[in-house]
Design a protein around this ligand. Sequence first.
Ligand SMILES: [Zn+2]
Ligand SMILES: [Zn+2]
Length: 345
Amino acid sequence: MLWEERWHPLRREWVVVSSHRNDRPWQGETIGDARRALRAYEPGCYLCPGNRRVSGETNPAYAGVFVFDNDHPCVSPSAPSVLEPPVGIYQNRPATGIARVVCFTPRHDVTLAELEHDQFVSLLATLQDQYRELASRPEVDHVLMFENKGEAVGVSNPHPHCQIYATNFVFKTIETEVDASAAHWDKTGRSLFQDIISAEEQDGRRILSRRDGALAFVPYFARYPYETYVAPRATHASIAGLEPAELSELATVLQETLIRLENLWRMPLPYVMVLHQAPTKAANDGRFHFHIEIHPPLRKPGLLKYLAGPEIGGGNFLNDTSPEEKAAELQTVSGVHYKHEAPRG
Ligand SMILES: [Zn+2]
Ligand SMILES: [Zn+2]
């Protein structure tokens, strides 16, 4: 078993090596199975209420949001602290941190987009509490919150849930955004993300949802065909800084955005959704603007955008679609979830 962090000297980033996780349970659906009707409660699901998990623990009969420590953590306080020293210039260190799982609802058969508004608000409030607790730990430098959804992104269980990785390093994309925001601030005296919001509002063609306190848009610089950003209008370093009224509006905009994405092809659209938050130990100086990014990997139903030479080999994306056209498609579909539409006729 190998469980440690290894430094990538060329990319200047940490790689978490956790070979023990390769045997974790697979409950993903096979291709073609995705539209099979799911049951509200699944006896074999390790996330459903009252069921036993691989750790031997039993889930409580939870009614709302349920958080627990990941049974197959990639970072953990129990990661080996004594490591074999690498040769030459190589560096490693313990993969300490905390990995958690957040079940959105006891219902096995719904997606995040189908939740009621108050369930959305309570989920976001739970993430605020999680952030406050995890960010206060001395060993934690960053809190990454994300939802992997759909077999296309390797989800191992259709039960709606997200994950939290509280790590002893800052993820590379966050570092890049921090550096870009700082450089923009030094040059202009303005927040980079506020300038992005201004440019999107000025153009207007890619806005998907808009409220006083939050908005959603396909960014001008989208790398994936249906890539979507959701953000509060006011600048906060993390989700923890939002007042209840802002949180409620963010919930409204996020919900409307996810509904539009699912209505696109009337299916639970696969995506990776990630909350981008400032490093926990960074000064709260208004430079980093908390936002949510949604990256759906599909170009069309059943057709993946494969990452290949330019993306994997070179690190830059080729987007074969027009962000303006993709945003227009999402603006055209209904804001009411297809499963909740009144029957036709
Ligand atoms: Zn379940
Ligand atoms: Zn971001």
